[in-house]
Design a protein around this ligand. Structure first.
Ligand code: NAP
Length: 408
């Protein structure tokens, strides 16, 4: 541990992060930067006492160091440093870079890699101008992050600083430490999200296990779900989904309260989360997640995605709320005696603003803002007629729903 790991490098990157825990997103990002910037080495630098994490629970620094150490073991151009772990007081990147500069060769070109979310706030870090003059930054982002407002802030900066901050999109960064911690607490699988030796360490030490979070806390926030979903849908479906979210929010504001709005947005966001899985994968997951497929669903496989979607939302997006799960489950067939949330998602899916015009669309939209049950009945009639005209198998749940609401 005493050898100077910063020596003999022309181009060296420090990979800064809390690494609570380290995961494949971090490792893939470091490897991608290694190749793109023609680096000689990437030194992982687990933060000792992260200043921006005060008030939040962070695993102890030795555990985070050990996990990082285990994760980089097999990569010959990765290393890990204890500089921040051993430094007393708050961890500031400027202090680290100064220390590293003294340890590396005078002509070493230095980079600092970390998450774009963190770098977006760089101008609130300690001595940002001197920091940016001392090393270049590689901001790694999840795909799609470029649209974010925070990111625009950096884009607006003068070229002098902007040119020293590079951006890299890394799809694997849809893995997040937060999600891993929550998964461990609730016994969800974490295999393939981080290296096996790190998983063994977490299991052996019981890290992240204590104090299960409340149901509200376990749910991912909307933004995390949106990012995760984006990578599993075709672009057309993703745009449709955003339309459904917008429409569901509108309806929830008319017919529900604040909680309905929040739930409707999540249910709408996830309503098609399993739709673009290849059929083979859908079948495999149905088996694994015990989704019962009746004869009609086997014949009209289009119906499967909503029932499977509810299970995917539960397992992959950590949704615990049964009302949200039912709104996803019944958004294609409907059923009798639907909850308000089920009605909202069912209707919004039909009327969202991105739908190409078709017979009945405008009338459905008009009704949806006046009388939710009338809109529901009207849409059920349209859907049933459409399914029949296409010669597809009609699910009895839809017929029961129409009967129920017609006579209401
Ligand atoms: P964070 O707020 O925990 O992370 C922000 C986002 O960036 C999260 O999405 C996080 O995902 C991601 N991220 C963090 N490190 C990453 C990495 N190396 N590669 C890819 N994604 C990464 O940020 P943090 O970990 O506390 O801070 C990041 C670095 O900035 C640390 O080295 C820290 O010391 C430095 N920093 C310095 C100052 C200062 O000097 N004043 C202030 C803030 C941060 P995951 O949760 O999945 O990792």
């Amino acid at each position: 541990m005493n050898r100077n790991i910063f020596k003999n490098c022309k181009r060296l990157a420090i990979m800064g992060g809390t690494f609570d825990p380290i995961h494949y997103g971090h490792l893939v990002a470091a490897e991608a930067a290694f190749h793109k910037f023609n680096l000689d080495k990437v030194v992982f630098m687990p933060a000792g006492n992260p200043v921006f994490k005060k008030g939040t629970r962070v695993a102890d620094k030795e555990s985070r160091f050990i996990m990082t150490y285990l994760a980089v073991l097999e990569n010959e151009h990765f290393d890990v440093s204890r500089i921040e772990i051993e430094r007393e007081g708050d961890t500031y990147t400027i202090d680290t870079i100064e220390q590293v500069k003294k340890l590396c060769d005078p002509d070493t070109k230095l980079y600092f890699i970390t998450g774009a979310d963190a770098i977006s706030y760089i101008f609130s870090w300690k001595e940002p101008v001197r920091l940016v003059s001392m090393c270049e930054f590689i901001a790694v982002t999840r795909p799609g992050y470029k649209n974010c407002k925070l990111f625009d802030n950096i884009e607006k900066l003068s070229d002098k600083y902007k040119n020293r901050i590079h951006y890299m999109e890394i799809p694997a960064l849809s893995i997040s430490s937060t999600e891993i911690r929550q998964r461990v607490k609730h016994d969800y699988p974490i295999k393939y999200l981080l290296p096996d030796n790190v998983i063994s360490y977490i299991e052996k030490t019981g890290l992240y296990k204590e104090e299960a979070l409340s149901r509200e806390e376990i749910m991912m926030d909307f933004e995390t779900m949106r990012q995760k979903l984006q990578s599993s849908l075709y672009i057309k479906r993703y745009i449709h989904t955003l339309g459904v979210v917008e429409e569901a929010e509108k309806l929830a504001k008319i017919y529900g309260n604040e909680i309905t709005v929040e739930k409707a947005k999540i249910a709408a966001l996830l309503h098609d989360c399993a739709k673009d899985y290849p059929t083979e994968l859908k079948m495999r997951f149905c088996k694994e997640y015990h989704v019962y497929l009746d004869e009609i669903m086997k014949e009209n496989t289009d119906l499967i995605h909503s029932f499977l979607g509810a299970e995917v939302a539960k397992r992959e997006y950590l949704v615990k709320d049964d009302e949200i799960l039912d709104a996803i489950r019944f958004h294609t067939t409907g059923r009798k005696n639907m909850t308000l949330l089920e009605k909202i998602v069912f209707i919004a899916d039909f009327t969202e603003k991105g739908r190409k015009p078709f017979d009945g669309l405008e009338e459905a939209r008009r009704l949806s803002y006046i009388d939710i049950n009338m809109a529901l009945t009207y849409i059920l009639e349209c859907v049933i007629e459409h399914v029949k005209s296409k010669g597809r198998a009609l699910h009895p749940l839809s017929c029961e729903a129409l009967e129920y609401y017609k006579n209401k």
